[in-house]
Write a protein that binds this ligand. Structure first.
Ligand code: AMP
Ligand code: ZN
Ligand code: ZN
Length: 403
């Protein structure tokens, strides 16, 4: 009898410590961002590897970013499942006006300071649940607190060779099983950079589309070589689209409210303004009277659909330019470029792409517009993890693309 209990006890211990079927077959996901890849660039017929994904996997008509349709805020929305007012990266650069500290995407110390990031990135959710993760660039992936960043990460280097990035991802997948990451991010700026410089219809943008598509092809080849092509899910997204702008379509906001000691944050597609308390109503009135080619809102009157008011660092007056128009001050020169983004996120010019392929995704499945805040809960579904309860994204708006 004693022996029987011993045997049962032994079997119980073995069962407890043996890997469950789920963890034994943990999925792999590579999340790739092609910055500024507008949804309709896919139809130019110059991206065969993305086309392959459309046929073999899932594709959406477009991917709706959050407002404002800028790079850092939207990469955070994708990776946390939160609207921008909630994850706190309210622009590429912004000021904590209470402590007079600056967050700037070009400032390595600032982007590594975890105090700015109010959301939990998917890599943190995954690592908390015993899943190793890696990032070959992603805004927010370099935080100094090690439990808030992926196990493996690369410090952002704008000119890092593109093929080297793909090789880096492949090297991580070649690690022994117990060290190998199951979730990896990868990022390319090219399409956005050329879109700003030369505009959406330029040969330069088309060449950038071809280059990043070529990198996807290289990834396919390398996954074939290490015999992981069939086991890896690949998701390709972009953070926003792009629209053409011009020198002739600018509005100098500073000239309208000159001499009133206003502070201006951001410029181009959107701008926020802080005015001294006693001048606030006057400043707002002037901006409202001149409301032509832009919309102006007091922060607390900002339409709910933007989800861009409930954060203390957002300016007290918010201006959103009409498509293609640029809001400028005397020292800002966005109007020198040919393309920009940051506008109303419901306008399709601001929409990006979403394509996904691999063992967890349906084949040849086309769906309508998806929302980028739903990608975090989608990742949680793939890895069978419980998403954070405070997110804005919803699995039920996206999970039908899974097998
Ligand atoms: P945007 O002004 O919104 O078009 O921002 C695009 C730019 O963001 C890129 O050209 C990069 O220079 C920059 N960027 C993207 N990812 C990162 C990162 N992880 N760290 C620092 N800068 C980045
Ligand atoms: Zn971007
Ligand atoms: Zn850009």
């Amino acid at each position: 009898m004693k022996n029987l209990f011993k045997t049962i006890g032994f079997l119980f211990v073995v069962w407890i410590f043996s890997p469950s079927p789920i963890s034994a077959n943990k999925p792999y996901v590579i999340l790739i961002s092609f910055d500024g890849f507008r949804w309709d660039y896919l139809d130019r017929g110059i991206s065969p590897n993305l086309e392959f994904m459309r046929k073999d996997g899932v594709s959406s008509l477009s991917l709706r970013p959050a407002f404002p349709s800028k790079t850092f805020p939207n990469h955070q929305s994708i990776i946390t499942g939160m609207y921008i007012e909630n994850h706190g990266i309210i622009s590429n650069s912004f000021r904590d006006k209470f402590n007079n500290e600056l967050y700037r995407m070009g400032d390595t110390n600032a982007v590594r300071n975890s105090r700015w990031y109010l959301g939990e990135a998917f890599w943190e959710t995954a690592e908390r649940n015993g899943i190793t993760t890696a990032s070959y660039f992603w805004p927010g992936s370099e935080m100094i607190l090690d439990y808030r960043r992926p196990t493996y990460f690369e410090a952002y280097e704008h000119n890092r060779d593109y093929a080297m990035r793909v090789e880096g991802v492949t090297e991580w997948l070649k690690l022994p099983k117990e060290k190998r990451p199951h979730f990896i991010t990868l990022y390319f700026d090219d399409v956005d950079t050329q879109g700003h410089r030369f505009g959406t219809e330029s040969p330069e943008v088309n060449n950038a589309i071809k280059r990043v598509d070529g990198m996807l092809g290289l990834l396919f080849t390398m996954l074939d070589e290490i015999k992981m092509r069939d086991s890896v899910n690949i998701i390709v997204v972009s953070d926003h689209g792009m629209t053409d702008i011009s020198n002739e379509r600018t509005i100098n906001i500073e000239n309208l409210v000159g001499g009133m000691n206003c502070r201006f944050y951001d410029s181009g597609p959107f701008m926020t303004v802080d005015a001294p308390k006693e001048k606030f109503e006057e400043v707002y009135k002037i901006l409202k009277q001149n409301e032509n080619r832009y919309k102006v809102y007091k922060k607390n009157e900002m339409p709910e659909y933007y989800h861009y008011k409930n954060h203390p660092f957002i300016g007290e007056i918010i201006l959103i330019a009409d498509m293609g128009w640029s809001l400028i001050t005397n020292r800002r020169s966005e109007y020198d470029s040919k393309g920009n983004h940051g506008y109303d996120n419901n306008h399709t010019d601001m929409h990006g792409i979403f394509l996904a392929m691999g063992p967890n995704f349906k084949n040849g499945y086309r769906t309508g517009t998806l929302w980028n805040i739903d990608i975090y809960p989608l990742l949680c579904r793939i890895f069978e993890l419980t998403p954070r309860s405070n997110i804005d994204g919803k699995a039920e708006r996206i999970e039908f693309i899974l097998k």
